[in-house]
Design a protein around this ligand. Structure first.
Ligand SMILES: Nc1ncnc2c1ncn2[C@@H]1O[C@H](COP(=O)(O)OP(=O)(O)OP(=O)(O)O)[C@@H](O)[C@H]1O
Length: 360
């Protein structure tokens, strides 16, 4: 197979001029954000994210096809997929960084994030929380995913009203965890339309107005994506680190890169990337099948210098247990799937212990 270098790919992209032949190309415009390649059956498969100005995103859609054609013309390239991302540039952490919340009872706080929705971030959060609690730790979970608060359901406590003590809300106990979610306060069927600043405000309240007590670790189930709301949370809470959950598909990985970039921008250590729904475990014979092009998260992690925390199976029991409000790590603690969450918890805790907790 012909070797394809990054320089070859950039040279091809440098022929793509969105404003006509005399205009600047996408490389010199600084739009090439994610550029990844891997061997495929018919040559190298290339994926690229072009970070374009939000107001031009719609008009620039045809650039994807032009860039894909330019990449496919490089000898050795089999497939090319180009996506546009239209994020507003994140404010620099030093500029207008909001004051940090004082949360002295929380020894460690970890954000569990994903570049896009539906990758299993919440399912991973609850199972990781249970696995950490099984190690004897006091674990709190805050459902910061105000767009789709699913933790009450996943932990079997939907419909519970949090108790109030001295004007502060008490976290809801669930399977040994201390849990808070906007889902306890707003009926689940209410479509809540949040704008960025409202999200940040609601999260701040959930952190500040809840009596969390003493906790060894808090997991923050972040809203999917990497917009301003997510960035504000990272700046308000002194995070010990972040875990990025991704699925093996390219597009999710491109999104995962954005997640990584966001945490790096605000100096939050990346504890690692988890590949969820990585392979299929047959519930009958236990045979393992790689449905998607499994391994993408490991490669991405290596490329980006982030630890790879492991691959979690796509497994019907994981979903059934979640739907029944009894996370699998609890319902079937000796299953191989639960062991995968145990190993994730062990790695996360080891990584955390390498660094002193930030001032909180
Ligand atoms: N490893 C897995 N095996 C099987 N099903 C899974 C697995 N992980 C998640 N799921 C299922 O995938 C769906 C999405 O999962 P989940 O709600 O955890 O995703 P999410 O990333 O938190 O989504 P969002 O943030 O958009 O609400 C759920 O039905 C869940 O049960």
């Amino acid at each position: 197979m012909t070797d394809v270098t990054r320089a070859d790919l950039l040279a091809a992209l440098a022929q793509v001029r969105p404003d006509g032949p005399s205009g600047p190309d996408v490389v010199s415009l600084g739009w090439v954000e994610g550029l990844a390649q891997r061997p495929g059956a018919h040559g190298v498969e290339v994926s690229v994210a072009l970070a374009v100005p939000a107001e031009r995103a719609r008009a620039l859609e045809p650039v994807c096809a032009t860039a894909e054609a330019a990449l496919r013309a490089v000898p050795g390239v089999g497939r090319a997929s180009v996506v546009l991302t239209a994020e507003r540039p994140a404010p620099a952490p030093t500029r207008a960084a909001p004051a940090r919340l004082s949360l002295p009872g929380l020894k460690r706080v970890i954000a569990v994030a994903s570049g896009k929705g539906g990758v299993g971030k919440s399912t991973t959060t609850v199972n990781l929380a249970i696995a950490l609690a099984r190690r004897g730790l006091r674990v709190a979970v805050l459902d910061a995913d105000v767009y789709g608060p699913s933790l009450p359901r996943l932990l079997g406590v939907a419909g519970t009203r949090p108790a109030n003590a001295g004007g502060r809300l008490l976290p809801v106990p669930a399977h040994g965890l201390s849990v808070m979610s906007i889902g306890f306060l707003v009926p689940e069927e209410d479509p809540v339309i949040w704008r960025g600043p409202m999200v940040a405000g609601a999260l701040e309240q959930l952190l500040r107005d809840v009596d969390w007590g003493e906790q060894d670790v808090m997991l923050l189930d972040m809203p999917p994506g990497t917009g301003d709301a997510q960035l504000t949370v990272c700046q308000k809470v002194a995070l010990d680190g972040a875990i990025i959950v991704s699925t093996p598909q390219d597009i999710a990985l491109l999104d995962a890169r954005k997640g990584l970039a966001m945490f790096r921008k605000v100096d939050v250590p990346i504890l690692g990337i988890v590949e969820n729904m990585s392979y299929f475990l047959c519930p009958h014979c236990g045979e393992r099948t790689d449905i998607f092009s499994h391994g993408g998260a490991r490669r991405t992690a290596e490329e980006l210098g982030a630890p790879f925390l492991g691959a979690l199976p796509l497994d019907v029991q994981v979903r059934e247990a979640a739907d029944a409000g009894q996370p699998l790590a609890l319902a079937h603690p000796d299953s191989p799937q639960a062991q995968a969450y145990d190993s994730l918890a062990a790695q996360v805790w080891t990584l955390l212990e390498k660094n002193p907790a930030p001032e909180r």
